[in-house]
Write a protein that binds this ligand. Structure first.
Ligand code: SAM
Length: 265
């Protein structure tokens, strides 16, 4: 899989592989912590309305639905029918079910000030125009309501490896594969430029194991190999060192996820 496939999930080689990747990522303890921090920053109360933009397979939307409870409403929107189908299937038997709708965050089918709170998690890095998306989230949020975002910054990915040159090439290829790999660092500016105030940022380092890195880096590494940018032998050695590090309990790698939230004046 390649991270850029999240731009158009339904056109991906295997949407199921993207869902499986998200499930593994969403189970990482530090990412769960970051997501919990985001929910806290939304300041949701019972009976409120909340939008989950780029809801994916709907797990997070279901958590929001439970928080606003009866009389409240959580709406998940996504451009992928595969994701929406999975989200509806997984939430069908819940007491507090979110509503799921096909919609592009860049052109939300909701009136101004429709929601008490809006959030987007790992969505903006996949968009051609993240600024427009945040402006839309701000538009549909009521005065006094909250907008909260969570994004990795792929420029912060780190790996302990003795071959710095190849590590740089592989990690740069990863960051450049996304529509906007350096998204996390842009969140405060995007919130502010959409007219939101009282911006707070919570960075969270997320450590991951080799298996997750293998999923994440397989696409960019294959591309570097195919283009000849990194000789195949050097890449094989590079992967082999990571394997040895893992086997001896010395693998160390991760990235920074940024949670940022603000208030609609
Ligand atoms: C990396 S996934 C994140 C899913 C979920 N927020 C999570 O954290 O598990 C990004 C999601 O954004 C969706 N997406 C991509 N472009 C979109 C757009 N323009 N509007 C709404 N959703 C979009 C994708 O289909 C995918 O489900």
């Amino acid at each position: 899989m390649r991270i850029s496939e999240f731009e158009t999930v339904d056109a991906a080689t295997s949407p199921d592989a993207l869902i499986a990747y998200l499930e593994v990522a969403n189970a990482l303890p530090a990412l769960r912590q970051a997501k919990a921090a985001l929910v806290e920053l939304l300041r949701l109360r019972p009976r409120q309305t909340v939008l989950d933009a780029g809801c994916g397979y709907g797990q997070g939307s279901a958590e929001l639905a439970a928080l606003v409870g009866r009389g409240g409403k959580a709406v998940g929107v996504d451009t992928s029918q595969a994701m929406l189908g999975e989200a509806r299937r997984r939430t069908a038997n819940l007491v507090h079910r979110p509503a799921f709708q096909h919609a592009d965050v860049a052109d939300l089918p909701f009136g101004d000030a429709s929601f008490d709170a809006c959030r987007a998690e790992t969505l903006l890095q996949h968009l051609p125009d993240p600024r427009r998306a945040v402006a839309e989230l701000a538009r549909v949020t009521r005065s006094g309501g909250r907008v909260a975002l969570l994004e990795f910054d792929l420029g912060t990915v780190f790996l302990d490896h003795s071959d710095r040159a190849t590590t740089r090439q592989v990690l740069d290829a990863l960051a450049d594969d996304a529509a906007e790999g350096w998204m996390g660092r842009q969140l405060p500016r995007l919130l502010t430029s959409s007219g939101l105030v009282d911006v707070v940022v919570r960075p969270q380092v997320v450590l991951t194991g080799l298996e997750f890195f293998q999923r994440l880096l397989a696409g960019p590494a294959t591309q570097l190999r195919a283009s000849g940018a990194v000789p195949a032998g050097r890449l094989d050695d590079w992967w082999a060192e990571l394997g040895r590090a893992d086997a001896s309990g010395c693998f160390f790698g991760g990235a920074t996820a940024f949670v940022a939230a603000a208030t609609k004046p």
